[in-house]
Design a protein around this ligand. Structure first.
Ligand SMILES: *Cc1c(COP(=O)(O)O)cnc(C)c1O
Length: 383
């Protein structure tokens, strides 16, 4: 059996080494390191893949979130709602811009923002909602878009973990996650579903004016050379990273399909144990298709009951089976984001999940014997 890794980037690279090496060497030969033709080419391909008018590449996913809030002109004091159960970057940029983060509890089943609780925290200072499609599963965009419309709020999708996922509305309309709200923000961090060989990110929007504004913001607020109309940042996707992504994008659907197949095998194998709750697949769907909700399994995250999660984690460590706890601490308990306005009673699900979740190895190169081995060890421990 091949050595089990949480994410196996080497095996993935080996299969497309020729394409990727060529693309990268071309950039080096041409010395077009910043804003080279590969950046444009990747941008166009991604616009087509997502069926969106504008993709604006940038330096990383955290910047993409920050720039989206700058682009929407959010001002200090504006309240921005997001989930308590996410990677800190989502709330970090809200705080950095001196906006006021308002954290909301998640649903136990999907790990995504609880829309009933979301609506309760809206007031006249609320300006935007940032749903996170956590672990690759789309948040309830039907409900979120209708709440946003009713209260005239912006929607910024944190799509860092869900590129390639799609969401089906009751009307039958299907859209890729990240293209539904006013803006989508994504990350190309190496371990994400579409990863480059360093840092990278992008913003998505169908709004021409917003796209224009954002293209300036990522480049020092310059719309004409050395004319700075707004305060911007320096946030570019460099050409080497764009070349890698340009070569990898055509494989994204097959990577996501492999993740779904691995998830399916985990779930089949882990059935029938009282102390494990396997993740919910939205709509029971396990295919990449254009007409249903899909879950692209950035993580395969299970819940371990009866306070056994930490013992299981230790057991897996002893067996050298990699695993992750995403996320061990609710954001409202982190010193940086603590506020006396929050009460533990507001976040029962987040608090429970932080004690119960464990993520198993998940990537496009997982093999059946590896999954079987992992599941056997979990089962024998919990028996
Ligand atoms: C990875 C991630 C980010 C940040 O992306 P970077 O490219 O690492 O800056 C933001 N939000 C979520 C949910 C993420 O998983």
């Amino acid at each position: 059996m091949k050595k089990i890794q949480m994410v196996d980037l080497q095996s993935q690279y080996k299969k497309i080494k020729g394409e990727v090496d060529n693309a990268v060497l071309n950039v080096i030969d041409d010395a077009t390191f910043i804003n080279g033709p590969k950046v444009k080419s990747f941008q166009k391909k991604l616009e087509e893949y997502l069926n969106i008018k504008h993709v604006i590449p940038c330096a990383n996913g955290t910047d993409a979130l920050q720039i989206s809030m700058m682009g929407l002109n959010l001002m200090p004091g504006d309240e921005v709602i997001t989930t308590n159960f996410t990677f800190a970057a989502t709330v970090e940029v809200i705080a950095l811009l001196r906006l006021t983060p308002v954290l909301v509890d998640v649903e136990l089943e999907t790990f995504n923002i609880d829309c009933d609780k979301l609506e309760k925290v809206i007031n006249n200072r609320t300006k935007a909602i940032v749903p996170v499609h956590l672990f690759g599963q789309p948040a309830n965009m039907e409900k979120i878009m209708s709440i946003a419309k009713k209260h005239k709020l912006f929607v910024i999708e944190d799509n860092a973990q869900a590129i390639g996922a799609s969401y089906k509305f009751k009307s039958g309309l299907t859209m890729k996650t990240g293209t539904i709200g006013d803006i989508g923000a994504t990350s190309f961090f190496p371990s994400k579903n579409l990863g480059c060989f360093g840092d990278g990110g992008a913003l998505f929007t169908n709004n021409d004016d917003l796209a224009h504004k954002i293209r300036g913001i990522v480049n020092h607020g310059m719309y004409k050379r050395y004319h700075h109309d707004v305060v911007g940042v320096n946030s570019r996707l460099d050409s080497v990273q764009a070349a890698v992504l340009d070569a990898k994008l055509p494989h994204l659907n097959s990577y996501n399909k492999s993740r779904q197949n691995a998830a399916k095998k985990y779930t089949e194998s882990l059935q029938g144990l009282d102390e494990i709750i396997t993740p919910k697949f939205a709509n029971g769907c396990l295919e990449i298709c254009d007409n249903c909700h899909c879950h692209v399994f950035h993580q395969y995250t299970i819940r371990i009951l009866n306070n056994k999660r930490d013992d299981l984690a230790k057991h897996l460590s002893d067996l050298q089976i990699p695993h992750g706890i995403y996320y061990p601490i609710p954001l409202h308990k982190q010193s940086a984001y603590f506020s006396k306005n929050y009460k533990d009673d507001d976040f029962p699900n987040t608090i429970l999940l932080c004690d119960q979740v464990i993520s198993l190895p998940m990537h496009s190169e997982l093999e059946d014997d590896q999954i079987n081995f992992i599941c056997e060890k979990i089962k024998s421990f919990l028996k």
